[in-house]
Design a protein. Structure first.
Length: 70
């Protein structure tokens, strides 16, 4: 069995953002089922984390792992 190649920081961030997105969607569903309008906030968070997932996944695929520090 071959070891998996080391993942880039951008791909790791994409995975974390995907997990946050899935949890936010689950929280929104629970909120709406309970009759709370707080689910709107969870939907907005899911949208933000979804965009972050696409951004970091594309950045990791193209190999643009640059630091933002000055």
């Amino acid at each position: 069995m071959q070891p998996s190649p080391p993942s880039s920081p951008a791909r790791r961030l994409a995975l974390y953002a995907l997990i946050v997105c899935a949890l936010a969607v689950a929280a929104a569903v629970v909120s709406f089922v309970q009759g709370s309008w707080l689910g709107v906030v969870w939907i907005l968070l899911a949208g933000l984390s979804s965009n972050m997932t696409w951004y970091y996944a594309r950045r990791g695929r193209t190999g643009q792992d640059r630091s933002v520090t000055g």
